[in-house]
Write a protein that binds this ligand. Structure first.
Ligand code: PEP
Ligand code: MG
Length: 548
């Protein structure tokens, strides 16, 4: 087999998600990059390209109509109007004329014509003064992507087609990519770019997928189809390993399996500190497998159910029944234990496909999390209704993301009480605010008037405190979620609200070396990725809540 030949190649990067894996490398290249050069055609192909353009235009028009109707019914009339206007723009006679002219005059493929013409229009709009014209530029880009995809026949996401069991090598992993990677049996991920706290990083950790990032020149050096041994603990990978390396690696995998089996057995018992305080360790989950693994690993419940996946993979939002069905599926293994459902946290780097056209100059500071839900109360209502339905079967709690103002939780509480009254429910699920902005930490007392507990989201708290994008590796230096500044904010909240139950569900909770200090800051529940539960429990057993 070809992968036994070839020169041994050692790759070095930084560990993102720990573990060992071996497998065959599959190199995934970004599709749009490949289409950069204009594709020239012969004269006799012109008719065919014009026909493809018409077919793609018709099919996108149809998609847009369907999308507009569903959005109008399920979310908001204003939103559906945007799809209506996309449809008009796409079918604009002068645009269509220019596309045909490009194909005929320059003898290029329909895809190439779409790229050049749309870019020209987009630039034209973006150079105009008015805000409305500028937003049209973004709309043009959106339509252009849809049309280009339809022309090359992309109806599925390219990552849906990677082979099972492979080691995925790719330049970067976008948040939307991870939606399509969920539940795919790949064995490890190698990346050229990507910081330790990016959503992609959370995702691989959550899946227990070994992952190494920041491998210089990965995309130009790594061979497709080669055997590789990935040691994500050391941040190294060996491509085309020799026999001796393979045997040694297999021994390490076996040893590791044995240690983690022992840790797993220990993890079934509660984690009690030296001074006899029992600390619940719960899980961050996004799919049914996460919850299953979490419970096997000794989780005492779910501390953060990220429901974004239900919304991200589709072209229109789920209704209450669909949402309830999905939640039951994801949380099934945790029945009988407390589960915390976080309301939808999209916007910023996780745009909703059916809301993707918001042109915000600074999306991380824009309409994300609860801000988006306040703007589209129908989305919020559907989610609360789903939670109330779930409460019949599960011990369910609500977590509000991206809180900055006390009213951000006030409105949720108000609507929840209204729905409970309508349905004559007497048991009302408890509500917690995520503390992930400095403003929330600094006004915890006011926020506390509306909630029953607080959960620190240190990933975002760090991003907003240090003004450092968690997705941008170039500002890694500024992103330190274990810095004294963050601990100071945690302590401050605890001092302001000594009786308030505090939990932590950011990545910081999963790092054993910080647990003693977090306990000192009053954190009494740790919510971590399912594979990390045994290690975190182990660390808690070596700490005290009130040392000295
Ligand atoms: C956080 O910000 O720390 C958090 C737990 O939420 P997410 O990572 O989903 O933004
Ligand atoms: Mg967050």
């Amino acid at each position: 087999m070809s992968h036994h030949r070839g020169k041994t190649l050692a790759l070095q990067g930084s560990p993102i998600s720990l573990g060992l894996a071996q497998g065959i490398i599959h190199v995934h290249r970004e599709l749009l990059g490949l289409m950069d050069a204009p594709v020239n055609i012969a004269h006799k192909q012109v008719e065919q390209e014009l026909a493809s353009l018409d077919i793609a235009t018709a099919s996108i028009t149809n998609d847009l109509v369907v999308l507009a109707t569903r959005v109008e019914k399920e979310i908001d009339t204003r939103l559906s109007e945007v799809f209506g206007s996309h449809q008009l723009m796409l079918n604009d006679p002068s645009l269509q004329q220019e596309l045909r002219k490009e194909i005929i005059d320059n003898l290029v493929s329909a895809s190439s014509a779409v790229k050049t013409v749309f870019l020209r229009w987009e630039r034209r709009f973006l150079s105009l003064e008015s805000q409305i014209a500028r937003e049209k530029g973004d709309d043009m880009q959106d339509i252009s992507v849809r049309l280009s995809n339809a022309l090359v026949g992309i109806t599925t996401h390219p990552l849906e087609e990677i082979p099972d069991g492979c080691i995925l090598a790719t330049s970067r992993l976008l948040p939307s990519d991870t939606v399509f990677l969920a539940n795919r049996p790949i064995s490890a991920v190698l990346l050229e770019y990507g910081s330790n706290i990016s959503h992609a990083a959370l995702f691989v950790r959550q899946m227990g997928l070994p992952c190494i990032s920041k491998i210089t020149d990965l995309m130009t050096t790594v061979p497709e189809g080669a055997l590789a041994l990935v040691d994500a603990e050391a941040g190294t990978a060996v491509v085309h390993p020799n026999k001796k390396q393979q045997v040694a690696f297999r021994h390490r995998i076996e040893e590791k399996a044995l240690t983690s089996r022992l840790a797993q057995e220990n993890a079934r018992r509660p984690a009690t500190t030296i001074d006899a305080v029992t600390i619940p360790v719960v899980a961050n989950v996004g799919c049914a497998n996460d919850t299953r693994l979490a419970m096997l690993n000794g989780a005492e419940g779910v501390g953060l159910y990220r429901m974004e996946q239900v919304y991200l993979g589709r072209t229109s939002p789920p209704d209450t029944a669909e949402l309830v069905a999905e939640m039951k599926l994801v949380l099934a293994a945790a029945k009988g234990h407390p589960v915390c459902v976080r309301l939808l946290d999209v916007g910023a780097d996780k745009p909703l496909p059916f809301l993707a056209f918001f042109a915000e100059s600074n999306p991380a500071l824009g309409r994300r999390g609860i801000r988006l839900l306040r703007h589209y109360p129908e989305l919020l209502r559907t989610q609360l209704q789903a939670v109330l339905e779930l409460a019949g079967e599960f011990d369910v709690h609500i977590l509000v993301p991206m809180v900055t103002l006390p009213t951000d939780v006030g409105v949720v509480k108000e609507l929840l009480l209204e729905l409970c009254a309508e349905q004559q429910l007497t048991v009302i699920p408890s509500i917690g605010a995520m503390i992930e902005t400095p403003a929330a930490a600094l006004s915890a007392r006011e926020i506390a008037e509306h909630v029953d507990f607080l959960s620190f989201g240190t990933n975002d708290l760090t991003q907003y405190t240090f003004a450092a994008d968690r997705e941008n590796a170039a500002v890694d230096l500024y992103f330190n979620d274990a810095s004294a500044v963050i601990f100071r904010l945690l302590r401050l909240v605890h001092r302001d609200l000594p009786q308030m139950p505090l939990s932590l569900c950011g990545e910081l909770a999963g790092r054993p070396e910080h647990i003693a200090k977090l306990l000192e800051c009053g954190i009494r529940t740790f919510s971590v990725a399912p594979p990390l539960i045994p290690t975190v429990k182990d660390a808690i057993r070596h700490c005290s809540c009130n040392p000295g």
